[in-house]
Write a protein that binds this ligand. Sequence first.
Ligand code: ADP
Ligand code: MG
Length: 671
Amino acid sequence: MTANTDIQFLKGVGARRAEILKSKGIDTVGALLRCFPRRYLDWTEITPVKTAPYFENICVKATIVTPIETFETKRGVKIYKFMAEDSSGFRFTVSLFNQYYLANKLNTGRKYLFYGKFDGDFFKQMNSPLIKEVGYNGLEPIYNASKNMTSATLQKLIKTALSTVEIPEILSDDIRKRNNLCDINYALQNIHFPKSRESFERAKKRLVFEELFCLQVALNVIKLKTHTKSGCVIKKNYFDEFQNKLNFSLTDAQRRVVGECLVDMCLGKPMSRLVQGDVGSGKTVVAAALCYIAAKNGYQSALMAPTEILAEQHYKTFLSITENTGIRCALLTGSLTKKQKSEIKQNLKSGQIDVIIGTHALIVNDVEFQSLGLVITDEQHRFGTAQRDKLENKGINPHKLVMSATPIPQTLAYILYGDLDISVIDEYPKGRQKIDTYTVDSTYRERIYNYIKKFLAEGRQGYIVCPLVENNDGLDITSATEYYNTLKDGAFAGYSLGLLHGKMTAKEKEDIMARFFSGDIQLLIATTVIEVSIDVPNAVVMLIENAERFGLSQLHQLRGRIGRGAHKSDCILISDSESSDTKKRLDIIKNNSDGFKIADYDLELRGPGDFLGNRQHGIPEFKIADIFADKQVLLETKKEAEKLLETENVLKLPENAALRAEIIEIYRKLK
Ligand code: ADP
Ligand code: MG
C-alpha cells in the first residue's frame, strides 16, 4: 500500500465509506493523511478541580467515588450520575445522558480523565464530559465531521493509514536542514496525534512550509514555461520618441518599469509581468509607452479595462499621445452598435488597428488580430485567469502585462501573481499635492457643504460619494439618487450637480462623465463607480458619506481621485459609527497616504477573501498555511523555490519525484 493507493483499499474503509470520502475529495490514502484536524482537545494539561474555571473546556483527573446511579426522565432519557474526586480533594458530579455504553465501562474506585466544562453554582458539575483511561497523554485531533462520517471514524481511519503507509518525502534533505524542518512521516504522525505541544508545532511548521513551497514551485514553473516560449521581438526602442510626445517627463520609477518590460520584450521571450503602483503613480502611461513601442515595431496591442468609463478614459489618453504618429487606436466596448463593432473587428483582423482598448468585449470569440504582440489588463483586482488567457490566446505568445488597480500586499501578490515577474512604481509624479483627510460625524455636514462651496467658488470641482444607489428600507444608508435630489433643491441649489451610479446606462454615464471632464458639472454625486481611476485634476475636494461602509483600500482608491492636479486637495469622511473598529480604520486612512501600507492594514483587518471582494479572486485554498500568520515562511519558500528551479527546473532527479507529482497536481488546479 502506498500514498497513491485508492482509499477504498484501506482497512476499515469499504465501498460505502470510500464513496463518502471521495465526495470530500479524499481519493487516496495519501489524501486522507493530508486531511488535517480542525482543532484539538488538549488532554495534556490537567487542571485541579479546586481552581478549575467554569464554562471553559478543561481536563481533570479524578477517581469515581460513588456508585453509578441510573435515572430515567419522563421522556425516557437515561441519566447516569456519579461523583468523582481529584487529588486536591474536591468533588464534582458527572452526568451522562443515554450513554449506556460509556457508563457501563466505568468503574467506581478507578481514576479517569474527564474533558468538559464545569457548571453548577454551589457544587461543580460536568454534563456529558469526554472520558478516557488515565495514561492518555496527547492532543486529540478533531476532524471536520459530516452527517455520514464522524470525527471519530476519521480519526480511526487516519490512525490505520499512518501505521500502514510510508509517505514519500517531498522536501530534500538540504531544504529540510536549511530550514530546520522535520521529515514528512514525523510531521504527519504528529499533526494527527501530537505527543506534545512541541511535536505539534514542529509538525505544523513543516507542513505549512511544504504547502507554501509547493505552491511557489508550481507558480515558478509556470513562469519558467512562459519564458521558454518564443515571443515577438521588439527590435527598435522608440522610448525617446514616445517621451517627446508627452508634456511631462516620466518619473524615474516609471522609466525603470518601462525598462524592465522592454528588457523582456527585446529578448523575444514572452513577458509576463505585474506592474504594481499606488493610485496616481501613473501606470497608464507605462502601458501607453509599451503599446507605442510595440506598434512602431509592427505589433498590435490590446488593453483591457474592467469598466467602460475606464476604457474610454484610457482611449482618450492614448489618442492624445498617438496624435500624428500614424498609430491607430480604437475603442471596443459592449455599448457600440453592431455595425461599429463589426467594423472594428474587421480592422483588427486586417491589421488596420494598432492599439485596441476595451472591456470584456475584447475577449469575445470573433475578435481576431493580425499580429497581437502585447496584452495589457488593467484590473480592478483580477480578471479571472481564464479571461486573461482568452485574450492572450488571440496572439502567438504575446507579451503580457497586468496592472493592479490598487496596491496588493506583497504576500498576496506572491500568491495571486506568483507566476508573474513583478515591477513596482514606487514614486509619484512630481508636484503631486498632499491630500488632507478629516473624519467627522454627520453634525458637521452643513459646515462641510459650505467648505465645499468655497472650492467650487474658486472654480474647482468635487465629489460626494455614497455607498448605495437605491434606498434600502431599514438601512440608514445615504442613497446617491435621493441625496442628489436633496442637494439639488437644497444646499446646492444654483450649482451644477451631476449624478453617477452603476445602474445608469453606459450612454448616460458617458454623458455625465463628459460634462464633469469639461467642467460643466461642478459637483459629482456618485457611488463607487468612480472608484476606478477617473482622472479629473481640477477635482480637489471629496466628501465620503457612510465612510464605515467602505474597505480601507477602497477608501484609499476613492481618495486617489483628488490630489491629481496643481491644487491642494481635501477629503472628508463622514461616519456616525460608534464602533471602535471603524474609528481605528478611519484613523488609518486619515494618517496614511501610502497605498501599500494601507493595503497591508486592510488585509490584516479583513483577511484575504474580503480584501479582494467576492469576485473570483484566485487564492488557492490552503489546508494548513495562513498567508497572514505565515508571511515569513512564504518569503522563505519563495526563495527556496527559485533556488531549486535554478538548477532543477524540470524536477527530473529521482529525489524530486514526489515533489514533481505534487506540483503536477497543483498545476492542474491552478489552470
Ligand atoms: P494610476 O497609476 O492610478 O492608474 P494614472 O495612470 O491614471 O494613475 O495617472 C494619474 C495622472 O498622473 C494622470 O493624469 C497622468 O496623466 C498623470 N501622470 C502620469 N505620469 C506622470 C508624470 N510622470 N508626470 C506628471 N503627470 C503624470
Ligand atoms: Mg489606473
